[in-house]
Design a protein around this ligand. Sequence first.
Ligand code: APR
Length: 314
Amino acid sequence: MRSKVTVVGAGNVGATTAQRIHQLGYADVVLVDVVEDLPQGKSLDMLESGPVIGSDALITGANGYEETAGSDMVVITAGIARRPGMSRDDLLLTNMRITSAVTSEIVRHSPDTIILAVTNPLDAMVQNVYETAGLPRSRVFGMAGVLDTARYRTFIAQELNVSVDDVQALVLGGHGDDMVPLVRYTTVGCIPLTELLSQERIDSIVRRTRDGGGEIVALLKQGSAFYAPSAAITQMVEAVLLDKKRILPGCAYLQGEYGINGLCVGVPVKIGAGGMEQVLEISLTDAEQAALQSSAASVQELVDVMAKARAEAG
Ligand code: APR
């Protein structure tokens, strides 16, 4: 029997994600959006690609949640995207309201599901979805680190003229300008990156990685990145559906790990059939730990703004 995956938000990220998952062939997809007929139209178009790409999986569109009932996994991409000049944080309160409403509906119809949140500002939205869902932390986590490391790995592979397959890397912290690419844990064919590139070149790649989302926003003029994000989401979805036990960077609700308690930030996690099955704690230098703390503090600021807005709304 095929798995069932719901993707909420049929915009650039959601629709591209639905397409990638449908193409896998072993999961049926329900694509949900508030815009009438949009998810139905996109889904039908994708379904009709089945005979060509060799996928028997079903994909349907919906404006409500009845059709999502019993989903094994739900990806939340609903929200507004960044425009040039906007930071991810500018999206905060609008996307908080949207992701809260979406989460309540999802959990009502699929109480046993695993939720992967993608809406920005990522870490704050994962926190909001986690708190709204009331599910164990293993079943609510977020995608950002896989995307950030994909960007970082791309730039390193380009710089060294090597295969992207051979670049292994880890990015910690929030999905913001103060994310923490861990240079010390970056290897190319098992060789530490520091053996292969000067500190100056590494610093420049780290900077470009941090600004990676903004670089795309500036080029697109409207909307934000979606090809690499949807690829990263699909890798995490596949890790759950196939119980792959992948070790990937993911945004998880920390309970004391890395000295952080009660906050969602990016750390290395194990992803399998149980969702976010484990947080891996690796040793950090004082400087790395300080950078992670500073990144977590930025996330905490957004979480505080959300709490204040909720209190004011009663
Ligand atoms: N329920 C369902 N869908 C919604 C809701 C809602 N309450 N509110 C908005 N949407 C839908 C919009 O109608 C739109 O189709 O979410 C979709 C968002 O699509 P885009 O504007 O194309 O944005 P996208 O590029 O897909 O990014 C979505 O992911 O990476 C993040 O920063 C990005 O927060 C943004 C999100």
